[in-house]
Design a binder for this molecule. Sequence first.
Ligand SMILES: [Zn+2]
Length: 174
Amino acid sequence: MRWIVFPFFIMPSLTYAQEAAELTLVKQVFAELQPRSIRWNREYCGYIGYDADGTLSASRPTPGKRDACLPDDPENLGTIVASYHTHGAFSPDHANEVPSGEDMEGDEGEGIDGWVATPGGRLWYIDTEDMVTTQICGIGCLPMDEDFQPGDMGHIAQSYSYDALVKKLEDGGV
Ligand SMILES: [Zn+2]
């Protein structure tokens, strides 16, 4: 029998715990922001990171515009790991159920990952190391717009590479 020692065996559980904590926090942030974002039809944005005590925290949300949001500097965070933002209310004129190419580029430019909430209550994670965005949970997972029309953007995949996402949005989001 051969014995192979993988010192990193300990890592998956640690990483899993961190990811689970981040997901719980992000869901709390969006549970509060989604009703506001939908009601006022504007984006809200901020950051997730660690404060001076090493506690995982969210920065205070900045209100943005209909389809843009520039977060304030997160004064409570020493280390930033991800951005977060909402996508406002449902509109058949906007392809809002997926992140945008600019969303992925922005996070990549800052060297962080990202979280996006959609009018349909979907939660997306943007991994800028692989430049892939993945639907963490689907319609109604977060508070959603009651006027949301499922299927408005055609089939929405579980995940998109940056190139596939840009192509879908170029095709009119359908
Ligand atoms: Zn966006």
